[in-house]
Design a protein around this ligand. Structure first.
Ligand code: RB5
Length: 144
């Protein structure tokens, strides 16, 4: 089974908990917090979880905050992290096929639970097309 991390601040906590249970049959999910609805700073939680992707502890991460915006800004500060904020299944699919996104970002205050689960499933099951996209992803990862 694929090993995937999941992390959120308080704004994404409820959806994180839902997805953690919902996806448990399809992937091995490692929960990197937060543990309850008390206020925490998303740059701290999300950056710690991104380090787990970069170290290889997990092969991908689902990151959540209220809008998904702060989490995606934080995640994309890391060289080697390609975080995609997705609001639908199409962008989730393309984020894997073309961008080889290793972090899926979702807005806990934006998405309904059912749609979020479908977006996550699409992201988890879609593979990178490589080819010409390999060069572009390499270019992304060499931006300093
Ligand atoms: C927290 O209130 C909220 O700012 C955070 O979850 C996120 O939406 C930031 O981008």
């Amino acid at each position: 089974m694929k090993k995937i991390g999941i992390a959120s601040d308080h704004g994404g906590f409820e959806l994180k908990e839902y997805l953690r249970h919902e996806l448990a049959n399809s992937v091995d999910i490692l929960d990197y917090g937060t543990k309850d609805e008390s206020s925490v700073d998303y740059p701290l939680v999300i950056s710690e979880a991104c380090k787990k992707v970069l170290s290889g502890e997990v092969e991908g991460l689902i990151a959540l905050c209220g809008t998904g915006i702060g989490a995606s800004i934080a995640a994309n500060r890391f060289k080697g992290i390609r975080a995609a904020l997705c609001h639908d299944e199409f962008t989730a699919e393309m984020s894997r096929r073309h961008n080889n996104a290793n972090v899926l970002v979702l807005g806990g205050r934006v998405l309904g639970k059912d749609l979020a689960a479908r977006i996550a499933q699409k992201w988890l099951t879609t593979t990178f097309e490589a080819g010409r996209h390999e060069r572009r992803v390499g270019q992304l990862d060499s931006i300093s």
